[in-house]
Ligand binder design. Structure first.
Ligand SMILES: [Mn+2]
Length: 398
C-alpha cells in the first residue's frame, strides 16, 4: 500500500467512526422518551411501556410480542412468491433432513403460507419409524424443481439437491453444514448455524416466530435431533441441541429420550422384509488394490446374537453374490455399534477371501466358523479397506 492510499484509509476510518458516533446519538435520541417514537410507527400503543430499553444495564427490555413481530418481518417477502413453496432436504434423505422439512413446512403453514414438504428419494427405515410414531404422513417425492419456489434445509450444495434447482426460485436455506455452492440473486433467508441438527435450527425458528410446535411436530423434531447428534453423543452437539431436545420431549410427553432413541436406532438397523441378497447389497462398495478387485457389504444389526445369525445367513448367499458382482473377493462386515457395544463379524465369500482376512486379522481376531470377530469393531473406510489393501498390494496380481 502506498502513502496516498494509506492516508485515504485513515480518512475513511475517521469518517466511519463519525457516522457510527452519529448513529449512536440518533439511536439514543429515539429511545430517550421511552417507547414513544417506536410506538408511533408500530401502531401498538399498548406495548408502550414494554419497548423501553434499560439504559443502566445496556439490555433491551423489548417485549416478546414485538420481538416476534420483528422476527416474522423477514417472511413478508415470501408473499411475493407465486404458487406453493416446496421445502426439501438433501438426496438420500436422512431423518434430520425429512423431519426438519416437514416441521418447517408446518411452521410456515401456521403463519399462512402454502408450504409443502417434499423428499428427493426413498426415506430410510429410521425416518419411516419416526413418522409412524408421530402419526405424520410421508412427504411426496419431487422429481424436478425447475420454476418452483424452493426452501432448502440441511444442505446447500447443488449435487446434494434436486434436479432443476438452478432454474428454481430459492427463497430460504436453513443448514448446519458449510456454505455450499448454491447461490441466488434473490434476497433470501440464509440461516446457517454450527449446531448438531437442522431440526434444532427449525425449532429455534419456531421460537423466534413465537409458535409452539404441537406434540406430534415436537416428537418429529426430537427424532431429527436424536438421529443427527447420535443421541447427543456426536461431537457436533451443542447446548442448543440439548435444550431443544429437553423442551421438545416435555412437549411430546416423552420422559425417556434414551429409550426413544434406542427404538428409532433399532428401526434403522432392522432388516425386516428384506431378502438376504438385498441385505448384503444394501450398502456395498467395490475397491481395487494391487490389480485385485473386491467388494465389502456393510450390515448393521442391534445385538451380538443378531450379528452371529446374520453371519450365517450371509455365508450361505455370498458365493453366488461374488460371481454376480464379478469381483475376485467379497466380504460382509456385520457391525454392532451403539451405546457401549462395539464389534464386527467379517464374513468371507469363499476360501480365497478367507485367506485375505486371515492375513489381515489372523493374529488379532477370534475365528468363529469362517468369520473373524473383532472387538471393538472397525470402520470400513478407515480400517478394513486399508488393511485389505495392504494384504492385496503385497500379493499383486501377475
Ligand atoms: Mn443434518
Amino acid at each position: 500500500m502506498n502513502g496516498k492510499a494509506r492516508q485515504g484509509c485513515g480518512l475513511l476510518a475517521v469518517m466511519v467512526l463519525l457516522i457510527v458516533a452519529m448513529g449512536t446519538l440518533l439511536v439514543g435520541c429515539g429511545n430517550a422518551p421511552a417507547g414513544t417514537s417506536a410506538n408511533a410507527s408500530s401502531g401498538t400503543p399498548d406495548s408502550a411501556s414494554s419497548t423501553a430499553s434499560d439504559s443502566s444495564s445496556g439490555v433491551y427490555a423489548i417485549d416478546n410480542e414485538l420481538r416476534v413481530r420483528i422476527n416474522r418481518g423477514e417472511l413478508e417477502t415470501l408473499e411475493l412468491a407465486d404458487g406453493p413453496i416446496y421445502i426439501t432436504g438433501h438426496k438420500s434423505p436422512d431423518s434430520d433432513t425429512v423431519c426438519s422439512s416437514i416441521a418447517y413446512a408446518n411452521l410456515l403453514s401456521q403463519l399462512g403460507y402454502d408450504a409443502r414438504p417434499v423428499v428427493l428419494g426413498d426415506v430410510n427405515k429410521e425416518t419411516q419409524y419416526i413418522l409412524k410414531e408421530c402419526g405424520i404422513q410421508m412427504p411426496e417425492t419431487i422429481e424436478d424443481v425447475s420454476g418452483a419456489n424452493m426452501i432448502l434445509v440441511d444442505h446447500s450444495e447443488y449435487e446434494h439437491s434436486a434436479e432443476g434447482l438452478k432454474d428454481a426460485n430459492i427463497i430460504t436455506i436453513i443448514d448446519h453444514h458449510g456454505d455450499g455452492a448454491i447461490t441466488t440473486s434473490n434476497p433470501l433467508i440464509y440461516d446457517a448455524r454450527p449446531i448438531g441438527a437442522t431440526s434444532t435450527i427449525v425449532w429455534i425458528r419456531y421460537l423466534n416466530y413465537g409458535i409452539k410446535p404441537d406434540a406430534s411436530i415436537s416428537k418429529l423434531l426430537m427424532g431429527g435431533i436424536l438421529s443427527d447428534t447420535i443421541n447427543l453423543q456426536a461431537k457436533t452437539t451443542t447446548t442448543a441441541d440439548k435444550e431443544a431436545l429437553k423442551i421438545l420431549a416435555s412437549e411430546a410427553g416423552i420422559d425417556d429420550t434414551d429409550a426413544f432413541y434406542a427404538e428409532q436406532y433399532k428401526a434403522s438397523v432392522s432388516h425386516e422384509g428384506e431378502t438376504d441378497e438385498e441385505i448384503f447389497n444394501s450398502d456395498i462398495k467395490t475397491y481395487d488394490a494391487g490389480g485385485h478387485r473386491y467388494a465389502i457389504g456393510v450390515i448393521n444389526v442391534y445385538t451380538e446374537d443378531e450379528a452371529k445369525a446374520m453371519a450365517d445367513r450371509m455365508k450361505a448367499i455370498m458365493p453366488a453374490q461374488l460371481k454376480a458382482l464379478g469381483v475376485e473377493y467379497a466380504f460382509a462386515q456385520i457391525s454392532v455399534f451403539h451405546d457401549d457395544i462395539s464389534l464386527c463379524y467379517l464374513v468371507p465369500a469363499d476360501d480365497a477371501s478367507g485367506e485375505v482376512l486371515k492375513a489381515a486379522y489372523g493374529d488379532t481376531a477370534t475365528l468363529d466358523g469362517t468369520s473373524y470377530v473383532l472387538k471393538p469393531g472397525i470402520s470400513r473406510k478407515a480400517k478394513l479397506v486399508p488393511d485389505i489393501d495392504a494384504v492385496l498390494t503385497s500379493n499383486p496380481q501377475e
